[in-house]
Design a protein around this ligand. Structure first.
Ligand SMILES: [Zn+2]
Length: 270
């Protein structure tokens, strides 16, 4: 996982939202942000109903949406490393764990957060791995080293990983999804020219701000991002395939279609 300086700004500006989100109860955030209060995590891991999942998928396949749906409906503990960083940014420095403090220092300096630090942040939340209703990991692991570390941790805790769900979508579809995105220059609301168009073309429904296409969402940038993603994720896919836990799901259709396909496939394996 790597977090650049540009993203730090986004995290900081999302700080108020993070506070609201983190205070929406411990249901969806459970042990990840409040390790000491992870009461649900103290129960022994149950078999059968609890799903322990890792989600993989390129930007634009809708992985974040699936993570939210799975998390809500399976009543699992959800860890998104992005959320983790956002939560850290609103904590007082004295309340932050050593790994969290180190990560924030790297981000403040505009540096990438090293793998070992990201792993340390996850390890500090081992209670959530024990979450009796299962967990959904989103954004972690990102590297082979992290995947191996996670495997060791789960083995030492005697907790099985049920499946690694890999959301797949042809590059052409990803380009179509991402290149149709438009962002409001004032309030940063996100629209899609066909999927979620504003009432008036090029104008934000919320604040009447002008909509623009982010540099990242231009087809040339998307192709480059995808190549980087494929290169970094290919070893992870091979790793999980060799362990026999990789499940590939076509990310075509509506979020509900993709969700139904995911559950059906997971149930068929159980
Ligand atoms: Zn706006």
């Amino acid at each position: 996982m790597s977090i650049g300086g540009g993203e730090l700004k986004a995290f900081m500006s999302a700080q108020n939202n993070a506070i609201v989100n983190a205070e929406q109860g411990d249901h969806d955030r459970c042990g990840w942000f409040h390790p000491a209060a992870a009461h649900r995590a103290t129960a022994a891991p149950t078999s059968g109903t609890a799903w322990r999942l890792v989600l993989l998928g390129a930007p634009g396949v809708g992985k974040g949406t699936q993570a939210d749906l799975l998390n809500q409906r399976l009543d699992a503990c959800h860890l998104s490393t992005g959320d983790l960083f956002r939560a850290a940014s609103k904590q007082k420095e004295s309340d932050q764990s050593p790994a969290m403090r180190s990560a924030m220092e790297h981000m403040r300096r505009g540096e990438l957060v090293p793998d070992s630090t990201v792993w340390e942040m996850v390890r500090e939340r081992t209670n959530s791995i024990r979450c009796s209703s299962g967990f959904v990991l989103d954004g972690f692991p990102r590297t082979l080293g992290q995947a191996e570390a996670l495997k060791q941790l789960m083995e030492s805790e005697k907790i099985p990983l049920n499946a690694v769900v890999n959301y797949e979508l042809p590059l052409a579809n990803i380009v179509a999804r991402l290149s149709g995105r438009r962002t409001c220059e004032k309030c940063k609301a996100v629209y899609h020219v066909t999927g979620n168009p504003p009432k008036i073309e090029g104008v934000c429904d919320r604040c009447a701000g002008k909509l623009f296409q982010r540099e990242d969402d231009r087809p040339e940038s998307i192709t480059v991002r995808m190549a980087v993603y494929e290169r970094s994720t290919a070893p992870l896919i091979e790793f999980y395939k060799a362990l026999g836990v990789l499940v590939s799901i076509p990310a075509i259709g509506s979020p509900e279609d993709i969700y139904a396909r995911t559950i059906e496939t997971l149930k068929a394996r159980a």
